[in-house]
Design a protein around this ligand. Structure first.
Ligand SMILES: Cc1cc2nc3c(=O)[nH]c(=O)nc-3n(C[C@H](O)[C@H](O)[C@H](O)COP(=O)(O)OP(=O)(O)OC[C@H]3O[C@@H](n4cnc5c(N)ncnc54)[C@H](O)[C@@H]3O)c2cc1C
Length: 434
C-alpha cells in the first residue's frame, strides 16, 4: 500500500513514524508546502535565542504519549514548575484567576466572591461558552477576567462559541473560592503545573527527533505546491508543482478549508461547509530588551483591551539555553482574522503597539531598552469552536470518510488539539489504518 500525507507538521510526521512500522505499507510520502517541516512546531532564532510560534510546552494527562515524547527527545528535556500570572489592573494574580482572588482590588474581590456564592445562573444547562462561565464562576469572575480575556484571544463573542473548550473545567468548590479570597493561593489546573521543555533547540527538536527516526520507507517533498487531487477507481492522483504522485491512501493534515479546493469536482455544499469553519491567525512578536522587569515568571495573560497582546511570555524562563546575557526575551501573541484591524497593520505598527503594551504593563521603562525584535505570522493557529463547528465537521468527516481520505491533525481534522493529542491520534491511526 502506498500512502501520501498532505502537510508536514507534527500530525504528518508522527503518523509517518507510526505507519512505517506496518508491513503492508510499502512507502509513505509527505508533501509539505513550505521549505521547512514542522508547521506550528517550527522554531525560530533571535540573536541566538530559539523560540516557538507561541511557547509550546510539553505536558499531557496521557502518560504513554508523554513517555514517547520524552524518549524521542533522548535526554534533551527538563521539567519546570509553571509560574504564570494574570495582569489585572496592574496587579499580578496567580493563574488560574479564581485561585488567587485575594490579590484583587477590594471591590473586585467582593464582586467575585459575592457573585460566585449567590449565583442566579447556577442551575441552567449552559448552551454556549459565556453561559458556561456564568454558571460555573458567576458574573464577577466572568466579567472581570474570563469574558474579556476570551473575547480578546478568540476575537469572537463567547456566546457564539460552544462549550467544547471549557466543559471539562471543574466548578471550584465554594470553600476554595473563600480560601482564595482570604489570602490562600491554591494551585489549579494541576495537569500542567509541571511541564517539560527541550533543554535546547526549542520545540522543533521534537520534530527533528521524529525525523531522525524515520526509515527510508518515508520520503519527504518540501516546497510542494499542491494543485489537484483526483480519485480514479481505487487510486488517487495528486498533482503538485509540475509532477504527479499516485497512491492508494491519502491522509490530509492540511487545513480542511484548503483541502476542499484541491479535490477535483468537489461538491459545492462541501465547499460551503468547509469555508464556514472559523479559525484565528496569530502574530508572534519576539522582543529582546536590556532589563528584566518580569521577575521569575513565564507567561502573563492580559485581558486589558488597551494592550494589543493577550499573552506575553518570558522565554528566559525555559532554561539557560534560552537566555542571552544582559538581555530578556519576551514573546507577545496577538490573534487576528483576515482583514481585521490587526491584520491591516504593518509589522512596524504592530511592534510599536507591542512596545506600548510592554510600557503599560511595566515590563519596560522606555524604548531605549529595546535591543531587537522579530515578527512571524501563522494563518492557521486556533480552531474556533463556534456554534456551527460540530455540525459542519460532522458533514465534512462523513464526506471524506466516504471518499477514503483520512483527516488528521489540528486543522486537518479541525479540532483544538495540542501536541500530545495529535500524537495520540497518530498512535491510534497507526494501529487502525486500513
Ligand atoms: C500559539 C500556539 C501555542 C501552542 N502551544 C502549545 C503548547 O504549549 N503545547 C502543546 O502541546 N501544543 C501547543 N500548540 C498546538 C500545536 O502547535 C499543535 O498541536 C501541532 O503543532 C499541530 O500539528 P499539525 O501537524 O496538526 O498542524 P500544523 O502544524 O498546522 O501542520 C500543518 C502543515 O501543513 C502544511 N500545509 C498547509 N497547507 C498546505 C498545502 N496546501 N500543501 C502542503 N502543505 C500544507 C503547513 O505548512 C504545515 O506544515 C500551540 C499552538 C499554537 C498556535
Amino acid at each position: 500500500m502506498k500512502v501520501t500525507i498532505l502537510g508536514g507538521g507534527l500530525a504528518a510526521i508522527s503518523l509517518a513514524y507510526e505507519l512505517q512500522k506496518r508491513k503492508e505499507i510499502e512507502n509513505i510520502t509527505i508533501l509539505e508546502k513550505e521549505e521547512t517541516l514542522g508547521g506550528l512546531c517550527r522554531s525560530y532564532d533571535l540573536n541566538g535565542v530559539k523560540y516557538d510560534a507561541g511557547p509550546h510546552i510539553i505536558f499531557s494527562k496521557d502518560q504513554e504519549v508523554l513517555e514517547l515524547m520524552k524518549n524521542l527527545l533522548e535526554g534533551n528535556i527538563h521539567q519546570t514548575r509553571r509560574s504564570n500570572r494574570i495582569i489585572h489592573k496592574g496587579i499580578l494574580v496567580q493563574y488560574p484567576f479564581e485561585n488567587d482572588l485575594s490579590k484583587l482590588p477590594l471591590e473586585d474581590k467582593e464582586l467575585a466572591v459575592n457573585a460566585f456564592v449567590h449565583n442566579p445562573y447556577e442551575n441552567y444547562e449552559p448552551k454556549n461558552m459565556l453561559q458556561f462561565f456564568l454558571k460555573t464562576f458567576g458574573e464577577g469572575i466572568t466579567n472581570l477576567y474570563l469574558r474579556p480575556y476570551n473575547e480578546k484571544i478568540w476575537k469572537f463573542d463567547p456566546s457564539f462559541m460552544n462549550t467544547k473548550m471549557v466543559d471539562r473545567i471543574p466548578k471550584p468548590p465554594k470553600e476554595d473560592i473563600l480560601r482564595s479570597a482570604n489570602g490562600e493561593t491554591v494551585d489549579g489546573y494541576l495537569h500542567q503545573l509541571y511541564f517539560n521543555y527541550p533543554n535546547e533547540g526549542a520545540t522543533f527538536s521534537l520534530i527533528q527527533s521524529y525525523l531522525n527516526k524515520l526509515t527510508d520507507k518515508v520520503s519527504v517533498i518540501t516546497g510542494c505546491n499542491l494543485k489537484e487531487i483526483e480519485k480514479n477507481s481505487n487510486e488517487y492522483v495528486i498533482k503538485y508543482n509540475k509532477k504527479e504522485i499516485k497512491c492508494d491512501r491519502i491522509v490530509s493534515t492540511i487545513p480542511i478549508c484548503e483541502l476542499v479546493d484541491l479535490v477535483k469536482d468537489e461538491e459545492q455544499n462541501i465547499q460551503k461547509v468547509a469555508k464556514d469553519l472559523k479559525y484565528n491567525s496569530i502574530m508572534i512578536i519576539t522582543i529582546q530588551v536590556s532589563k528584566d522587569l518580569a521577575g521569575d515568571n513565564f507567561a502573563f495573560m492580559v485581558a486589558d483591551k488597551d494592550v494589543i497582546f493577550h499573552r506575553i511570555s518570558k522565554i528566559d524562563f525555559l532554561g539557560e539555553k534560552y537566555h542571552k546575557n544582559n538581555t530578556v526575551t519576551y514573546m507577545a501573541e496577538i490573534t487576528y482574522r483576515e482583514k481585521d484591524i490587526n491584520d491591516m497593520k504593518t509589522d512596524e505598527e504592530i511592534v510599536d503597539s507591542v512596545v506600548q503594551g510592554l510600557k503599560k504593563i511595566n515590563f519596560i521603562d522606555d524604548e531605549t531598552s529595546i535591543i531587537d525584535s522579530d515578527i512571524i505570522r501563522f494563518k492557521y493557529a486556533y480552531v474556533v469552536y463556534d456554534l456551527n463547528h460540530q455540525q459542519n465537521m460532522d458533514i465534512l468527516r462523513k464526506h471524506y470518510t466516504k471518499m477514503g481520505i483520512y483527516l488528521h491533525g489540528r486543522f486537518g481534522d479541525f479540532e483544538y488539539l495540542n501536541m500530545d493529542q495529535v500524537i495520540r491520534k497518530s498512535i491510534d491511526q497507526g494501529k487502525d489504518f486500513k
